[in-house]
Ligand binder design. Sequence first.
Ligand code: HEM
Length: 206
Amino acid sequence: MSNTDFYIRRLHSICGVAPIGVFLLEHIFSFSTVLAGPEVFDATVAHLASIPLPVLLTLETVFIFIPLLFHGIYGAYIALQAKNNIAQYGYSRNWQFYLQRMSAWYTFAFLIWHVGYLRIYIKAMGNGEIGYALLHTYLSNPVVFVLYAIGVLAAIYHFTNGLFTFCITWGIAVGPRAQSMVNKAAWALCILLSVVGLVALSAYVA
Ligand code: HEM
């Protein structure tokens, strides 16, 4: 690996945690406000909409679109190069590695659909108003609901397992004991966020 590859890979790694991972956490929190009632979710949306458009677009571009585009495209390049060796070794870490790749691909396709429809077609192009009513109708389609549920799970798994590999990549978890502890913590976070995400998603169709 050349020096440039090394730094690009490190940048790819850090982008996954911040700003993208931090945004994912914020996003799960925002869409979960529906659990307090449709009007609370609509108030969250109104609050975000109150940010002046040039400020919102700058923040979205610098902290979400550019890092996500870079992480997604370079991630696809890495994923195409990596060898999935679950057939050779049945160990759980290899499964985690395989799922990390699979969840990356699903998240990639899901985000194009999710952002393309809700952020660009509906919001930017003015084809509707984002809010509980629209999401209720949208997610009441069982196919959309299932694809969204898988999207939420894939993004959460990819992120939380990514936190575990991040700790290895950056030398935060050195040695089998530390790695096993971080792995367990990442799984716990994965389960917690998945439950919150799925319960919140269901609240849109309740
Ligand atoms: C919700 C959006 C995403 C988040 C929060 C996210 C987060 C992360 C994190 C935290 C890591 C771990 C970095 C490390 O091991 O040092 C990671 C790794 C990775 N991500 Fe993402 N990611 C997202 C979307 C994507 C997409 C769309 C792709 C493209 C297919 C992708 C491909 C990858 C790959 C291949 C790795 C492993 C890199 C390696 O082996 O060094 N990610 N991601």
